[in-house]
Write a protein that binds this ligand. Structure first.
Ligand code: HEC
Ligand code: HEC
Length: 177
């Protein structure tokens, strides 16, 4: 085959491969929400707790979280103006109602348009997913403490992956429902 006919063929193979991988996405790990990609966010919002990926809350919730950093769940998480603006833009741009990752879409859809919870752990989709877990494994489990502590149980939450196969509840182990 002459080289000039080879390129269109390669492009064709590329297209087929791309569409196949889109179909296969649902089975792949790490596609629940996009992992955190802004080092500044990781640094400033990941020092007290897991740096929650932006796809876990809609933009209107993030806007409220960012507007109240002076009294952030009883703590001060105040930032200087430039950092505040950069982080806010990052969160709003990548929020659950603005992206396509499957868990983000489900989170956004589970919320009525007039609700803007400050907590991921209060989003209907997240509440519903955890309703079968008894309190002794969450609140009464010293190594977990609350549902907000995603990384205590979801071993790959840092990669944006919340698959049931990757759960390891402290003192209990894998989840088998
Ligand atoms: C000084 C410590 C501190 C810093 C810094 C901090 N947080 Fe928090 N954050 C908290 C505490 C405390 C809670 C409440 C945890 C609880 O109730 O278990 C919380 C809870 C949250 C929750 C709700 C979690 C849930 O679903 O229950 C979100 C969202 C959140 N923080 C976002 C942020 C963002 C965004 C930043 C950066 C701008 C940030 N936090 C920085 C201390 C902090
Ligand atoms: C006490 C351990 C624990 C904590 C803490 C926890 N989860 Fe989970 N999570 C689970 C278990 C167990 C399941 C599976 C529940 C079921 O299917 O009945 C689950 C399911 C999920 C699912 C659905 C996965 C699927 O395959 O359907 C998502 C998304 C999720 N959790 C996100 C979060 C987020 C975000 C946080 C933090 C705000 C969090 N979880 C905190 C244990 C936990």
């Amino acid at each position: 085959m002459h080289i000039k006919h080879f390129w269109p063929l390669l492009a064709g193979i590329g297209l087929v491969a791309t569409s196949l991988s889109v179909v296969g996405d649902d089975d792949r790990r790490g596609t629940d929400v996009a992992p955190v990609s802004l080092p500044l966010y990781q640094q400033e919002c990941g020092s007290c707790h897991f740096a929650y990926p932006p796809g876990l809350l809609p933009a209107r919730s993030w806007a409220q979280v960012m507007a109240g950093l002076g009294d952030h769940f009883g703590d001060s998480a105040a930032l200087d103006a430039l950092d505040q603006q950069a982080i806010q833009e990052y969160l709003l741009y990548n929020a659950a109602d603005r992206v396509k990752e499957r868990r983000a879409v489900k989170i956004a859809r589970s919320l009525p348009a007039d609700e803007a919870p400050l907590r991921i752990s209060e989003v209907p989709y997240i509440v519903q997913k955890h309703r079968e877990i008894p309190a002794r494994l969450i609140k009464d489990n010293a190594k977990v403490g609350s549902l907000s502590n995603c990384t205590a149980c979801h071993t790959r939450a840092d990669s944006g992956s919340f698959s049931e196969r990757e759960i390891d509840i402290p003192g209990y182990g894998a989840w088998d429902d």
